[in-house]
Design a protein around this ligand. Structure first.
Ligand SMILES: *[C@@H]1O[C@H](CO)[C@@H](O)[C@H](O)[C@H]1NC(C)=O
Length: 338
C-alpha cells in the first residue's frame, strides 16, 4: 500500500468520526423540566445534575451520570406537574434506568420515541395517569430490558406479544391497569423470573408453556381468567402463586405441590373436588400461606401427617360447597348404606 493511500485512509477516518460534543444531557434535563411546566419540585435540577453521582440533594428523584456527564439513571418522584410524557427524555440515549414514580398528573401515552432508549435495563413507571395502549413496536428496541414495571397507570388494550422477544426480561409487572385480552406465551426469560398481572381485565387461560419458564412467582389476582393452571403448582423453583379472584375452574383433588412453593392463593374461583393430602402435608411443612376461600370444594379436610405442624386456620376454607372436618365442624356421618 502506498503512503498516499494510507494517508488518505487516515484522513477520511478522521473526518468521518462524529464528535458527540453536541450531546449535552444537562440541556436535555432543562428541556424535560420545561416540558413538565417547570414544576417547583424540579427547581434545583441543574444543580443536582452538576453534582450527579456525588452529593445527594433534597430532590424529587435521583440522577446518576458518568464522567462525561451522560445520564445513565434518572428517577423523578412525586411531581405534581400536569403534562404529557416529556419527550425530551428520549434524548437521554445512554439511559439504562428510567423511573417515573407518583407523577399522578402525567397523562397521555408513552411516546414511540422511547424506542431510542435501547440501553434500558429498567423501565419503571408507577402511579401516573399515563394511558393508551402499549403498541407491539414500543419495546421492540429494548433488547436489554430486564425490569419492566408499569403498575398503577391507566394503560389499556392487550399485552404486547413482542415482549417475549426480549431475551433478558425477567421481571414484568403490569398490575393495576385496564389491560384486556389474553396472556401471551413466554413473556419472561431471565432466571428467577416473576410476572405480576394483577388487577386488570385479562381473559382466557394461562398458556401451558408457563410450565417450562424459569418462574419464581406468578400473580394474576383479580382478572377474568379461566381454565386449569394447576400445572404451575408443581413447577421446579416456584415460590409464589396468586390466582385469586378469577374464574378458574378445575379439580383440586389430585394436584401435586412443588417443595419450593411458599404461598398459594386460590381464593374466589370455582375450584372443585376435595383438598388432597399433598396440600395438607405441604402446608404443614413448607407451604406457609394458603388460601382456598370461596370456591366449590367439598369433602373432609385431610389432616397433616407431618409434625410439628401449625393447625389450619378455619378462615382459609370459608365459603366453600361442603368442606368439613377440623378446623371446620366434623363431617356428618353418612350413616349405613341402604
Ligand atoms: C391502582 O391504581 C390507582 C390509580 O393509580 C390507585 O389509586 C390504586 O391505589 C391502585 N391500586 C392498587 C391495588 O395498587
Amino acid at each position: 500500500m502506498s503512503m498516499s493511500i494510507i494517508f488518505f485512509l487516515l484522513l477520511s477516518s478522521c473526518t468521518s468520526s462524529v464528535l458527540s460534543a453536541d450531546v449535552n444531557d444537562g440541556l436535555v434535563l432543562l428541556k424535560i423540566k420545561e416540558q413538565l411546566g417547570n414544576p417547583q419540585e424540579l427547581s434545583n435540577l441543574a444543580e443536582v445534575y452538576q453534582h450527579c453521582g456525588g452529593t445527594t440533594f433534597n430532590f424529587h428523584g435521583e440522577i446518576q451520570c458518568d464522567n462525561n456527564g451522560r445520564i445513565h439513571y434518572l428517577t423523578l418522584l412525586s411531581i405534581t406537574a400536569s403534562a404529557p410524557f416529556p419527550e425530551a427524555i428520549c434524548d437521554l440515549t445512554e439511559l439504562e434506568g428510567l423511573s417515573l414514580l407518583s407523577l399522578y398528573n402525567l397523562y397521555g401515552p408513552i411516546p414511540s420515541c422511547i424506542s431510542q432508549l435501547s440501553n434500558l435495563n429498567l423501565l419503571d413507571i408507577e402511579r401516573t395517569g399515563l394511558s393508551g395502549s402499549l403498541p407491539e413496536s414500543l419495546f421492540l428496541n429494548h433488547q436489554k430490558l430486564k425490569y419492566l414495571i408499569l403498575t398503577s397507570n391507566a394503560f389499556s388494550g392487550s399485552i404486547p406479544t413482542s415482549l417475549s422477544t426480549i431475551p433478558t426480561l425477567s421481571d414484568l409487572d403490569l398490575s393495576n391497569n385496564s389491560l384486556t385480552g389474553t396472556i401471551p406465551p413466554d413473556l419472561v426469560h431471565g432466571q428467577d423470573a416473576a410476572i405480576s398481572l394483577n388487577d386488570n381485565r385479562l381473559t382466557g387461560e394461562i398458556p401451558k408453556c408457563y410450565q417450562w419458564l424459569p418462574l419464581h412467582g406468578i400473580s394474576v389476582r383479580n382478572n377474568e381468567l379461566n381454565g386449569d393452571p394447576s400445572f404451575l403448582f408443581n413447577k421446579e423453583n416456584i415460590i409464589g402463586i396468586d390466582l385469586s379472584h378469577n374464574d378458574f375452574e378445575f379439580d383440586l383433588s389430585n394436584v401435586e405441590i412443588s417443595k419450593s412453593l411458599r404461598s398459594l392463593y386460590l381464593g374466589f374461583n370455582k375450584i372443585y373436588g376435595n383438598i388432597p393430602q399433598s396440600i395438607a402435608s405441604a402446608h404443614a411443612d413448607y407451604l406457609i400461606d394458603l388460601d382456598l376461600r370461596n370456591n366449590n370444594l367439598c369433602g373432609e379436610i385431610p389432616q397433616s401427617q407431618v409434625a410439628p405442624w401449625q393447625p389450619f386456620e378455619a378462615s382459609i376454607f370459608a365459603d366453600n360447597k361442603c368442606l368439613c372436618g377440623s378446623p371446620l365442624p366434623p363431617c356428618q356421618n353418612p350413616g349405613p348404606a341402604p
